[in-house]
Ligand binder design. Structure first.
Ligand code: AMP
Ligand code: MN
Ligand code: MN
Ligand code: MN
Length: 274
């Protein structure tokens, strides 16, 4: 069995359709895949159809944007019922925040004489939710940056054109949406927030009472030492351990589908709860 419980399709900032994503998963010998697009469940129906044809276990997932102490966090919801009314209502809220943020971003860029509306709209067509990577791509295409990485240095981040401060859903709402839909809520890529161990422990202590009881221990960006530290935290706090590549595109060799190394045996994997 090979699990990858964090990846994206073109319903958010990935480049593959859900069908192409499942075909890619088959090539990469993945047996259990969770599609976790940012703040949308819209890719899951197509993914399920492709998963049935390819004999892959699809886990219905989502990556929710969250604000904790003014900081942006990502929480992955796994094994959710996509038809649950409470979850759908919550997702709609975050999706609307994305749409409103995109409008504010267009206006901010326009103040700097940069016009991205057409390019971003073309990328998402009438399907996807607007994300900063779409803006990064538009900036590259218009010649404002040589690649997306540079676009994220010169624009889109705090203090730079196109940055709009956001308040997303809180830990309480996200815990309720995910667990209310029968799912497990997992703190995504904890290493990426650059918290000290003390601060991460404080976050974990705060998230558990809201039903956020999983931790991504192994991702494409965790080295052995970080995974060990996260595994130790999972054991200390009794959290379920998750594994996910955060795959977005075959063009990103640093985050291949299925690339995250296996969970160590002493951890309780999140799929024990599915
Ligand atoms: P958003 O959720 O729309 O604010 O966009 C966040 C997404 O942007 C993340 O999930 C990453 O996929 C991507 N991202 C964030 N920072 C960078 C960066 N420095 N370089 C490339 N992609 C980034
Ligand atoms: Mn992303
Ligand atoms: Mn993320
Ligand atoms: Mn992700």
């Amino acid at each position: 069995m090979k699990y990858d419980l964090h990846c994206h399709s073109y319903y958010s900032d990935g480049t593959l359709s859900p069908t192409q994503l499942l075909e890619h998963a088959k090539e990469r010998e993945i047996t259990h895949l969770a599609l976790t697009d940012h703040d949308t469940l819209d890719g899951l129906a197509e993914a399920q159809k492709a998963a049935n044809e390819l004999d892959i276990h699809l886990i219905n997932g989502i990556e929710l944007s969250c604000t904790w102490e003014k900081q942006l966090l990502h929480v992955v919801g796994l094994n959710v019922d996509p038809n649950n009314a409470g979850l759908q209502k919550g997702v709609k809220l975050n999706k609307q925040r994305r749409i409103d943020r995109a409008e504010a971003m267009f206006e901010d860029f326009e103040k700097h004489g940069i016009f991205l509306r057409e390019s971003v709209t073309q990328q998402i067509e009438d399907r996807g939710v607007p994300t900063r990577p779409h803006f990064a791509q538009a900036l590259v295409e218009a010649g404002y940056a040589k690649d997306k990485k540079q676009a994220f240095k010169r624009y889109l981040v705090r203090g730079k054109p196109g940055f709009i401060p956001m308040v997303w859903a809180g830990l309480d709402d996200i815990g309720e949406w995910v667990t209310g839909a029968g799912g497990i809520a997992v703190l995504a890529h904890p290493n990426r927030y650059k918290f000290t161990r003390t601060k991460l422990s404080r976050l974990i202590n705060e998230m558990i009472p809201h039903g956020i009881t999983g931790l991504e221990v192994s991702t494409s960006t965790t080295d052995k030492q970080q995974s060990k530290m996260l595994g130790d935290l999972a054991i200390e706090f009794g959290l379920n351990a998750s594994i996910g590549s955060d795959f977005h595109s075959p063009d990103q060799p640093w985050a291949r589908l299925g690339c995250a190394h296996e969970l160590s045996k002493e951890l309780t994997p999140v799929w024990a709860q599915f």
